[in-house]
Design a protein around this ligand. Structure first.
Ligand SMILES: [Fe+2]
Ligand SMILES: [Fe+2]
Length: 297
């Protein structure tokens, strides 16, 4: 279980498939890799695997996948999950470049896959490998941030059953968890789970995309703006993960983040417990709107 980023892909629901796919290809510069009757598969194009699948109907996450190194890992987690009483299903070949995997549900009801994929090169070179990608296109899918009424229950599952490491826990005044950031490899967070307000009914806070630098973020944001899209939260530096980030809503109805400079942690780095009261950004000067605190998809 080494390596850095381990989020392999996610499948999202979008309110209008044609509008969303046009945005991913024409504005974000992603490459369409494959299309079935109901689902379109897109990639950042530096390897031949897809990073994002979308299907029409609603918003939010349908499933996300974490990449494993070999078949033995799949067999081992299949056994561990079965021992925990979690139902698993074998997958293989239904999605592009998927060799084999298992699918199961985490406590909040989102499906997760552990998958072995065909193209294992995982290059972060800015040399176009798949036709269609443009230079503003993100390098890769970076992380997923889920919205749950019980972040601790879900993070404990990721930690104890699936061997994720908990990089950081955000504490509330009463000592309960506002959320937590977890990693499968060395990337500060592949999967984060944040609390969502009572009375809301969403499972996704955002999907984040890896950018090479703040200049790459700037070029991407210029392209967004020229296409008529505005940021929800401008460029800032997060406390958790120390990464640069900016947020916007894509036309399919989900929040996207672009990010760069995410911290890498040694596998043995202990969990950092973050007391309440730390500002939104290390830099100050950026105050997220109310929508950022309460909305998801
Ligand atoms: Fe998948
Ligand atoms: Fe994020």
């Amino acid at each position: 279980m080494v390596g850095q980023q381990r989020l392999e892909h996610t499948k999202l629901r979008v309110s209008n498939l044609d509008d969303a796919v046009s945005f991913y290809t024409d504005v974000m510069g992603m490459a369409e890799i494959e299309r079935s009757e109901e689902t379109v598969y897109l990639g950042c194009g530096l390897d031949e695997n897809f990073d994002l699948a979308v299907t029409e109907g609603g918003t939010g996450v349908e499933h996300f996948a974490v990449r494993v190194d070999n078949s033995d890992e799949i067999d081992r987690y299949e056994r561990l999950l079965t021992e925990e009483g979690i139902e698993t299903k074998r997958v293989g070949g239904e999605e592009p470049n998927q060799v084999e995997g298992i699918r199961f549900e985490i406590p909040m009801g989102v499906d997760v896959e552990l998958v072995l994929v065909d193209d294992m090169e995982y290059k972060h070179s800015n040399v176009a490998r798949v036709p269609g990608r443009t230079s503003v296109c993100p390098l890769d899918i970076d992380h997923i941030t889920l919205g749950s009424l019980d972040p601790r229950e879900n993070v404990t599952f990721l930690d104890t059953v699936l061997d994720f490491n908990v990089s950081e826990v955000l504490l509330k005044e009463d000592g309960s968890w506002r959320g937590a950031f977890t990693r499968w490899g060395m990337h500060h967070h592949d999967v984060a789970v944040l609390g969502r307000p009572d009375g809301t009914d969403y499972n996704l806070r955002h999907i984040a995309w890896t950018m090479s630098s703040i200049d790459h973020m700037k070029d991407f944001i210029d392209t967004l703006s020229q296409a008529g899209y505005q940021l929800e939260v401008s460029i800032h530096r997060h406390h958790a993960g120390n990464n640069l980030a900016a947020y916007f809503w894509e036309p399919g109805g989900n929040r996207f983040e672009i990010c760069a400079e995410m911290a890498t942690l040694d596998p043995n780095t202990p969990t950092n417990y973050c007391e309440p009261g730390e500002g939104f950004t290390a830099w100050g000067g950026v105050n997220p709107p109310e929508s950022y605190r309460k909305d998801g998809s």
